[in-house]
Write a protein that binds this ligand. Sequence first.
Ligand code: NAD
Length: 334
Amino acid sequence: MKTDLILVAGAGGFIGGHLVADLRRKGFTRIRAVDCKPFDEWYQRFEGVENLVLDLSVREHCNTATAGASEVYNLAADMGGMGFIEKNKALCMLTVLINTHMLMAAKEHGVKRFFYASSACVYNADKQRDPNVTALKEADAYPAMPEDGYGWEKLFSERMCRHFREDFGVQARVARFHNVYGPHGTWDGGREKAPAAVCRKVIHAKATNDLTINIWGDGNQTRSFMYIDDCLFGIDRILHSDIVEPLNLGSSELVSINQLVDIVSDIAGVKLRRSYDLTAPKGVNGRNSDNTQIKKLLNWEPSIRLRDGLERTYAWIHDQYVARQKGQRQHAKS
Ligand code: NAD
């Protein structure tokens, strides 16, 4: 029902902000948006939405957030790109408090559907040693050897969703996101992920006419990247399905980081000299999303071409960069 109360946890962040926008577009009239960040740091904030600053690692705050909610989207997490998660394992693991308390509150308040944002970082590291990857299928999370810190927390929280469903009837649905990117997300400061970081570096190189780019690792590591619009569509489909096992939600368009740089340089219309930092965090050698399951179960898979999504992302980061040069702040756009 469009008049049901919908909670978006982590709404000041990248995906949460887009989700609130999407729910508004779909005509939902009672949306509660919650994040622990002060309002002026939210990427998107909207009028007509109940915006709350709450720390969802605290049980009482989860009660306040979930009271009366029919559906909960839990996107709140202390996270970032490889540069952040490799150096902040304890902080990443503390996110377990958010999901634990959110599930407890959802149970108490009789929430009808609960979405949990898991990650491809749950997958066994042994399956990701070769840049010429075999795409990861859902079963590859076990036997468990996920990304240290962040990935362990995600895998544990997936299990908790399963057991809250089995034992308490909380209708939890879990998607394993593979690298989501788009406008209105982190693009500098240390938590940004590869697409945003590459866009920023290319924009900076062009603006300063210092036509070099520093790449983390040897650039041969491979990944797939999913544009935010595909992510939102997939979240909706998965939450409102009967699929109770965690499902990959990612693009299967595999590129190396060098190819990612090629595309962004082409969008910018520059050619850059490349230097490689072999000591920088670079994550696994190769990772792609096997979409057999999602195609079978939902008759759909993410399909927005990387080049198309990057053009929109590049344009937004370019605007942010220019605004910052002028001393303007661009956050909290509504
Ligand atoms: P984000 O960092 O932009 O958003 C997360 C938000 O959670 C932030 O605004 C943060 O302030 C908020 N938060 C952190 N701790 C909180 C707390 N204690 N109480 C309330 N809010 C809190 O990240 P995102 O890219 O939007 O990711 C959303 C979810 O998707 C996360 O769970 C993340 O782990 C998952 N995920 C994202 C990606 C990706 O590529 N972006 C990939 C895999 C999984």
